[in-house]
Ligand binder design. Structure first.
Ligand SMILES: [Zn+2]
Length: 107
C-alpha cells in the first residue's frame, strides 16, 4: 500500500496520507482493520474480517499467484478471483452490519 490520500471529511477536514492500517481484535475472532487521522485522531474503518473471510482472502491470494505462472489459465484465474472477491464483499458487508448493529461501537 502506498500513497493512499484521505480527506478527513468526518473530522478535521484536512488531507492526510495513510501509512499503515491498524487491527483490533473483537469477540468471536472478528478483526477490525482501521486507521486514524494523524491530525484529529478520527477513526476510519477499513473492514471487518472473521475466520471465514480470512480464509477467502488466503484463497484469493493463491488464485492471484496463478497470474505469475505463464502456463496457467489466466482467464479461469480471473473468473475465480472475481467470484471470491464478490463473496468477500458480501460477507464483509454482512459482518459489518452484525458487528455495528449490536451497538457498542459508537456508544
Ligand atoms: Zn482529521
Amino acid at each position: 500500500m502506498s500513497n493512499l490520500k484521505i480527506y478527513c471529511n468526518a473530522g478535521c477536514q484536512k488531507e492526510f496520507e495513510v501509512k499503515s492500517f491498524k487491527t483490533a481484535k473483537l469477540p468471536d475472532k472478528v478483526e477490525k482493520t482501521y486507521f486514524n487521522c494523524p491530525h484529529c485522531d478520527h477513526e476510519y474503518l477499513v473492514h471487518y474480517t472473521d475466520i471465514e473471510i480470512r480464509k477467502l482472502q488466503a484463497r484469493i491470494r493463491r488464485v492471484q499467484k496463478r497470474f505469475a505462472d505463464p502456463n496457467d489459465n489466466h482467464e479461469d484465474a480471473a473468473r475465480k478471483e472475481a467470484e471470491i472477491q464478490a463473496l468477500i464483499k458480501e460477507k464483509m458487508d454482512a459482518l459489518r452490519l452484525e458487528v455495528e448493529g449490536e451497538g457498542g461501537l459508537n456508544g
